[in-house]
Design a protein around this ligand. Structure first.
Ligand code: ADP
Length: 617
């Protein structure tokens, strides 16, 4: 959303055109006026002009003769005794009579033309202003509502009034669409609901991680129901108009009621809807805004046709008063898309680009496990950009696969030079992961190993892609994953007898998993099914906070270390038993920098005897 002065900017060309037209009109009026001026000439001139047949019209009154020449210029002369005047005028072909040429009173003439001009100015101005306002209404970003109360006329918020997002553009989120289609039905045909006495929820809260299409869904509701869409971000209530949040909420609702049926969409509602507490650091501005929002929501009847949608990725921080029935009583989860959802989202976005017919969206969606809708949209766009960079006209499978990696790990860092020794260490490290993964059951197959550095800082990575969508992980799978994560470090130890900083990310992830096993998943005998940690930030990184005594914390730490240690030892053992393969694959990787899952499996299966002893459950 943006704030600008559309009336000023947009009217500049109109004003310029207007000034030019006004100028031309005035010149014309002046010329005409000059012609209305009557020049006094002698009778001899009059006679000469008759002889030369230059007179077009003449008016003969009792005291003077007023006449016009061919060009319309006017003259007058006094009336003289002239017996054959009429005869000569007749012979010259002029039109003459008593009141043929009537010079206009200059004051009257100027008054009339001036009046006409003023009238024209008013008409043109009103026309121009109407055009501008209409344009603002049509422009999705520019329907404005001015501030009420204290800030009347001092601020503007721009909202989307019309948009063409439909449910079909939002792929994957079927449950959310189902829940929202009731609201669409209501906006279309409120009588159906009022007849039976039902009141539709006043507000629905869209909850989910960033980039899952919450804003899009809200717009799609407006698009499907074909109603205006007022959109404002929660943070703007507080930031843009400091001290005016409450007034703005009031005004927003007033405007919305006037435009009903319509949709109010408040993005990032957590910015104003945070829990009110008794701490000293309360933000008065925010509280007032929230109180105003609560009372506005109470203040209008459920059937006025105003539906409030709000989005947040921090539902746990919202004030309970907002969530009680009669306010945002409907909560619509908008989760990360599953495999089918990802395929659908990729297809929706692929329609916007020129793409090869034999692209396999399924494989791409599997590789991009855990990606949000926004990331998938980005993947498609990155692929199109890559195709253009490479001078192709059509996007291919490879472009999409590469852009999945770009979105996950960043661009390839072509100019980052690794020393040969470093390259060797990274090769063993990555193959260490891959080998440990391959030697365990319940591990996702390795699809790619690369030692090309990425802008994310990774010097190399091993890609594992699950064949099916995974919703649950059992204990064995988690333990195997921890072992796989420690595989890189284990390979370094085994081959170089030295350890490096390259494993920091693995360490972080392995610890997180092991910790979750103990504190949240109830996977230890010691704590059984007791939660020691609660997730406080489900959709933004999954931060947790401990809910146990300091003694228990110490115990948890010990247990986490034990789990990781055990898996690390297991990984080392697997590698030891397959050290031949480790050398072989690492050498191949070192030489080729990237190897595919098939190549990896080929080398792995090429001579069986060294391998099979390492299989671990
Ligand atoms: P949110 O509000 O949840 O953070 P947005 O609705 O702003 O996410 O989505 C950002 C962009 O991501 C959209 O403009 C769209 O291109 C893409 N996107 C997200 N989810 C979907 C989806 N389910 N289907 C299609 N595109 C999506």
């Amino acid at each position: 959303m943006q704030e600008m002065r559309p009336d000023r900017k947009k009217s500049i060309p109109f004003i310029l055109i207007f000034l030019v037209v006004f100028g031309i009109m005035n010149i014309m009026v002046y010329n005409r006026f000059m012609k209305q001026q009557v020049t006094e000439v002698g009778y001899n001139v009059f006679m000469k002009m008759i002889d030369e047949k230059k007179i077009k019209e003449a008016s003969i009154t009792s005291s003077q003769i007023v006449f016009k020449d061919e060009s319309g210029e006017m003259f007058k002369t006094g009336l003289m005794e002239d017996s054959d005047l009429y005869e000569r005028l007749y012979q010259s072909g002029a039109t003459f009579g008593a009141e043929i040429v009537e010079p206009m009173n200059p004051i009257l003439y100027y008054g009339i033309t001036f009046g006409i001009q003023i009238l024209l100015i008013i008409i043109v101005w009103r026309f121009v202003m109407r055009r501008i306002t209409k344009k603002m209404g049509d422009d999705p970003d520019m329907l404005s509502f001015s501030m009420g109360g204290r800030g009347k006329g001092t601020g503007r918020i721009y909202v989307k009034s019309k948009n063409d997002v439909r449910f079909k553009d939002v792929a994957g989120e079927e449950e959310a669409k189902d829940l929202l289609s009731e609201i669409v039905g209501y906006l279309h045909n409120p009588e159906k609901y009022t007849e039976i006495g039902a009141t539709l929820p006043k507000g629905a809260l869209l909850v989910g991680p960033p980039g899952t299409g919450k804003t899009m869904l809200a717009k799609a509701v407006a698009g499907e129901a074909d109603v205006p869409f007022f959109s404002i971000s929660g943070s703007e209530f507080v930031q843009m108009f400091v001290g005016m949040g409450a007034a703005k909420v009031r005004d927003l609702f007033k405007q919305a009621k006037e435009k009903a049926p319509c949709i109010i969409f408040i993005d990032e509602i957590d910015a104003i809807g945070k829990k009110r507490d008794a701490s000293l650091s309360t933000n008065d501005e925010r509280e007032q805004t929230l109180n105003q929002l609560l009372s506005e929501m109470d203040g209008f009847e459920g059937n006025t046709g105003v539906v409030i949608l709000a989005a947040t990725n921090r539902p746990e921080s919202l004030d309970p008063a907002l969530l009680r029935p009669g306010r945002f009583d409907r909560r619509i989860p908008v989760e990360l898309p599953d495999l089918k959802g990802r395929v659908d989202i990729l297809r929706v976005h692929a329609k916007k680009i020129r793409i090869s017919e034999n692209v396999d969206f399924d494989t791409i969606a599997k590789t991009a496990a855990g990606a949000s809708g926004a990331q998938l949209a980005n993947i498609v766009n990155e692929a199109a950009l890559k195709a253009v960079r490479e001078g192709r006209k059509v996007v291919q499978q490879d472009d999409l696969m590469e852009s999945v990696e770009v979105v996950i790990a960043g661009y390839q860092k072509k100019n980052k030079i690794l020393s040969n020794k470093e390259k060797l260490v990274v090769s063993y490290h990555e193959v260490g992961h891959a080998l440990v993964a391959a030697m365990q059951t319940h591990s996702a197959p390795v699809t790619k190993i690369t030692i090309i550095p990425r802008t994310s800082g990774a010097l190399g990575y091993t890609m594992q892609v699950d064949e099916d969508e995974h919703n649950l992980m059992n204990k064995t799978e988690i333990l195997n994953k921890v072992a796989t994560l420690t595989g890189g470090r284990a390979a370094e130890e085994l081959i170089f007898n030295e350890i490096s900083t390259g494993a920091s990310n693995d360490i972080e992830q392995a610890t997180k998993l092991a910790r979750a096993m103990v504190t949240r998943f109830g996977m230890t005998d010691e704590f059984d099914m007791v939660a020691m940690e609660v997730v406080t930030n489900q959709y933004l990184g999954g931060d947790t906070s401990l809910a146990c005594s300091p003694e228990t914390q110490t115990k948890i730490d010990h247990m986490v270390v034990e789990i990781v240690k055990e898996q690390h030892a297991k990984a080392r053992e697997i590698l030891q038993q397959n050290v031949q393969k480790l050398h072989e694959i690492a050498k191949h990787l070192y030489e080729n920098e990237t190897i595919t899952g098939e190549e990896f499996m080929e080398i792995l299966n090429s001579s069986e005897n060294t391998l099979l002893g390492g299989q671990t459950e």
